[in-house]
Write a protein that binds this ligand. Structure first.
Ligand code: OSB
Ligand code: MG
Length: 374
């Protein structure tokens, strides 16, 4: 296979309900869609799901666009490859910029699967025909508004709810939701908002008493040691998200017992090949995984569904239907959950067609690069 043409679209979509985390609040998202076309005219789609601002990780939409335009597009146009991992070798010397790389990895995997006439899930070695989805709920202005959000999602059939927490919005919020839903699969995600202090230990011990499935990323990404100390103190499993951007980070987590659950994000780990390897390493270590989301549009969301069909994705993934976030998605049909379950498509590639006209209408920048005709 050889990629001859790459198009980038920076696309803006409004959220149907604004989303607040420990670091900020957002009302819409800007992601970059990547379309690759091979010498035979077959296409593959990927999504760079970087947040606009460097509050989740170091990347932004602008840095991702720059790295894509200057390094990734030139790297993927031209070389011959049989498997996506081989194409990914073309950018191995670029350090960091995992979100930007992930967009190209997805496009390569989609093209690869479509060319072989198999689903992306099948190409990855997935075995599930459907995946269980959880929802992630942001910080709300009041506990009543949070409870209303939980009620809505539980009624929609989602069996797992994750609450964003931050200092000042933690034990009370969990207590309120827990007393209304004693049996709900409930977990919390701090996005690294806590300092490693005695006050935090008290908060974590209080959370530990509420039967949470996990406490996700309480401390700063690089602080594996603080996570390990906390894990030794709690019976609730700690889940790492931001801390693990590559396999070496996962090895550190395992060696230190800094967490007992892994959130695998395709974007954070630089693409599907690394994400799949992380799944295998965690499986061999007896650590369950689930697939986290970055409020992906349909392209990235469909890839998350495909990845979640691998056998060690035993916990519900953040692959709730796109209707929870967007009035009109960039793919047809949209990714939809029914009673909290998303079917794994069997059609070739990601199993959804990109609505290029809608993409174009919502694009704030585009780039089209082709090899010179020979
Ligand atoms: O930590 O999981 C996170 C969204 C933006 C940044 C970080 C996170 C999230 C989510 C999104 O929780 C969940 C989803 O996409 O459904
Ligand atoms: Mg998280």
């Amino acid at each position: 296979m050889r990629i001859d043409r790459v198009r980038l679209f920076e696309v803006n979509l409004p959220l149907v309900h604004s989303f607040e985390t420990s670091s900020h609040r957002k009302t819409g998202l800007t992601h970059v869609l990547v379309e690759v076309t091979d010498a035979e005219g077959r296409v593959g789609w990927g999504e760079i799901a970087s947040p606009a601002d460097p509050f989740y990780g170091p990347e932004t939409t602008t840095t991702a666009w720059t790295i894509a335009e200057r390094y990734l597009v030139p790297a993927v146009i031209g070389p011959s490859w049989d498997a996506p991992e081989q194409l990914e070798d073309a950018w191995r010397r670029i350090r960091g910029h995992e979100f930007a790389k992930a967009g190209f990895s997805l496009a390569a995997w989609d093209l690869h699967a479509r060319s072989a006439g198999v689903s992306l899930a099948g190409a990855l070695g997935g075995t599930r025909t459907e995946v269980v989805a959880g929802v992630s709920l942001g910080i709300e202005p009041t506990l009543d508004q949070l409870l209303a959000q939980v009620a809505r999602q539980v009624e929609a059939g989602y069996a797992r709810v994750k609450l964003k927490i931050a200092p000042g919005w933690d034990v009370e919020a969990v207590r309120a939701v827990r007393s209304a839903y004693p049996d709900l699969d409930l977990h919390v995600d701090a996005n690294g908002a806590y300092a490693d202090t005695a006050e935090t230990s008290a908060v974590m011990r209080a959370l530990d008493a509420h039967g949470l499935t996990m406490i996700e990323q309480p401390y700063a990404p690089r602080d594996f040691v603080a996570h390990a100390r906390l894990q030794a103190m709690l019976s609730t499993p700690i889940c790492l998200d931001e801390s693990v951007v590559d396999i070496a980070d996962l090895q550190t987590m395992l060696a230190l017992d800094a967490g007992r659950v892994l959130n695998i994000k395709v974007s954070r780990m630089g693409g599907l090949s690394v994400a799949r390897r992380a799944h295998d390493v965690a499986r061999d270590a007896g650590v369950p995984v689930w697939c986290g989301g970055m409020h992906e549009f349909g392209v990235g969301r469909a890839a998350n569904v495909a990845l979640s069909s691998l056998p060690n994705f035993t916990l519900p993934s953040d692959v709730s239907g796109s209707d929870k976030y967007y009035a009109r998605d960039v793919v047809v049909p949209p990714v939809l959950a029914h009673e909290g379950v998303v079917p794994v498509p069997t059609a070739p590639g990601i199993g959804h067609e990109v609505d290029v006209e809608w993409v174009r209408q919502n694009a704030s920048r585009t780039l089209d690069t082709m090899t010179a005709a020979v």
